[in-house]
Design a protein around this ligand. Structure first.
Ligand SMILES: O=C1O[C@H](COP(=O)(O)O)[C@@H](O)[C@H](O)[C@H]1O
Length: 266
């Protein structure tokens, strides 16, 4: 059974016995948020990441969710994308298409992937423009306290270095406050060219879920979640602090192995 505990501004932490248990909990969480959002707004605007996350969402393609989720109301975005062709092995779109989108009845026009035939800078501008149009029509809500889009759910992974989306440690894009979507051409993790949601957009979401598995991420997770003083301040994963939204961490035991669990409640 997952151990859950409210941890001040670091959100709710759910530690799972196995990846199977984590996947079950994650699918349940996403389906619940989808239902609530469709009931309240008539749509569900969800932003995906790449990496290990997509495989862990696999149970959404199985019963009961393949039938019970209102897929026609889903609008799909990416919190980050690699600027490569959509059929390239590094494409986050391809990963999601192969692992999820092709297995459930999502409306093709609701899938908002990047323009892969332009530069990273143009792709970021173009992606932001598209989101602005959807904010105008309220497919994506708007934050009451910033002019940012308010996604119903942003799903993030975290790298062993503590990066989330394509926001890498010490990179200047961590300071971006004006753009919704920005770009980098020097990612320390290949491929180098990427677009990414900025922190103000991530922190304006109604819900953010960060999915982290594996022992290689335990130290960064400790810095991201525990009270570590100045050591963690500049870690991108620690900068994920939704202003009004709910933050939930979905962890397996190896990833959580360096957390100070004394503050968790069952
Ligand atoms: O490069 C990326 O890495 C992160 C983490 O990936 P993971 O495989 O270690 O889970 C991912 O969240 C991001 O979307 C992706 O572009």
């Amino acid at each position: 059974m997952a151990v859950s505990g409210a941890r001040n501004e670091r959100g709710e932490v759910r530690i799972h016995e196995s990846l199977d248990e984590l996947s079950t909990d994650l699918a349940y969480h996403i389906a619940e948020l989808s239902e609530a959002s469709v009931k309240e707004r008539g749509v569900f605007a969800i932003a995906l990441s790449g990496g290990s996350l997509v495989g862990l969402m696999g149970k959404l393609c199985e019963p009961p969710y393949n039938k019970t989720v209102d897929w026609a109301k889903w609008y799909i975005f990416w919190a980050d994308e690699r600027v490569v062709a959509k059929n390239h092995a590094d494409s986050n779109y391809k990963l999601a298409k192969d692992g999820l989108l092709s297995k459930v009845p999502i409306v093709p026009s609701h899938v908002h992937s990047i323009n892969d035939s332009v530069s990273a800078e143009e792709a970021a501008d173009d992606y932001e423009f598209g989101i602005r149009q959807l904010v105008k029509t309220r497919v994506v809500s708007v934050s009451e306290i910033s002019d940012c889009p308010k996604f119903d759910l942003i799903l993030l992974g975290m790298g062993p270095d503590g990066h989330v989306a394509s926001l890498f440690p010490t990179h200047s894009v961590l300071n971006e406050r004006d753009e919704w979507v920005t770009f980098i051409t020097d990612s320390p993790k290949p491929p180098p060219e990427r677009i990414t949601f900025t922190l103000p957009v991530i922190n304006s979401a109604s819900n953010v879920a960060v999915v982290v598995t594996g022992e290689s991420k335990a130290e960064a997770l400790h810095l991201a979640i525990d009270d570590v003083g100045p050591d963690g301040v500049s870690l991108p994963a620690r900068m994920v602090q939704p202003t009004k939204g709910k933050l939930v961490w979905f962890l397996d035991k190896p990833a959580a192995s360096k957390l100070d669990c004394s503050q968790f409640s069952e």
